[in-house]
Design a protein around this ligand. Sequence first.
Ligand code: F6P
Length: 373
Amino acid sequence: MTKFIGILTSGGDSPGLNAAIRGVGKAALNCYDMNIIGFRDGFRGMMENRTMRLDSGELSDILTRGGTILGTSRDKPHRMPVGGKLLDMTEVIVGNYHDNHLDALVCLGGGGTQKNALRLKEKGLNVITLPKTIDNDVALTDITFGFDTALGIATDAIDRLHSTAHSHHRIIVVEIMGHRAGWLALGAGIAGGADVILIPEIPYEVEAIAEAIRERSRRGKSFSIVAVAEGALSRQEHKAQQAELAKTDKRKTKSAAKKKVAEPAATDCVEADRTLRLAKQLEILTGLESRVTILGHLQRGGIPSAADRLLATRLGTACAEMVNAGNFGVMVAARGDGVEAVTLEDVAGKIKTVPPDHPWVRSARAVGTSLGD
Ligand code: F6P
């Protein structure tokens, strides 16, 4: 009996998404005689029933393409912006699943997508997910596709920023994506030889950073590269954030949000301001000129790395195999050279942050990198 698969990409775009779509689709068509349709723009397109055929023609020549041929959105089934309000459109999505006679829905996404997929599982849909994000912060998978490509882009940027830093005897502060977890800033900071690496998991003291930079100057290194994750906070900011979180009544916030469309993500400006302010503070404290580079969405752009294409293809083909075996309600996690089906209940709502004593942190400290603490 031919099975019908629906597939969607949700959340931030990421290198490797098209490789993953190709892996799922080619295996479904070639090995399991399945039919596959794509929903456009994540859960929004599934709510609006906007689909595209995915046959061998559509699945060709996409392995090396960045972004997602399906389009994506950050819209959630249970809080969908409709007519200026956030409405629960889950039942419409469930209805479109059945109206398209689907046997399975494959969702490619990050932490938020895992949660949304679990909600659909609880509504009785056969869902299966793949872990995608350049942040590498999805729990219970060794790695997410997108991370390796972004790591290469950010490392190349740090390499290039060394030129201005040592030529002008400057502090270059480079902001790297990752507002909840510091994997990308930590990995690229180590690979690029940053002198200071600041991540959300290790709140920093500006004075400690300044002293590390002054010490470098004393040793004749009159420049420094500071790699800072979007979400890195000073100890003071971290304390204030914890106090705010403790005080805020999440239920009140959610009910208030239901009445209006989600505010545009103001976090980007807040994060950029924080980085600019840090650079200014370091300039004052060290007497060295400072400049800021915010890598932003460059880290998600362009051709996926070979490692991400390999990972996305492995996970995608394994996903088709699991659909064929009727193994639903799981995320296809990367585990070593293989994969592991992890139940969505264990993944949803969790985030993989950098343990402060992680081997990467120890390596950074061992080569003399300051972590700002
Ligand atoms: O979740 C991946 C990510 O790239 C984060 O690192 C970044 O903070 C965020 O998405 C940016 O979101 P958007 O693309 O919606 O601006």
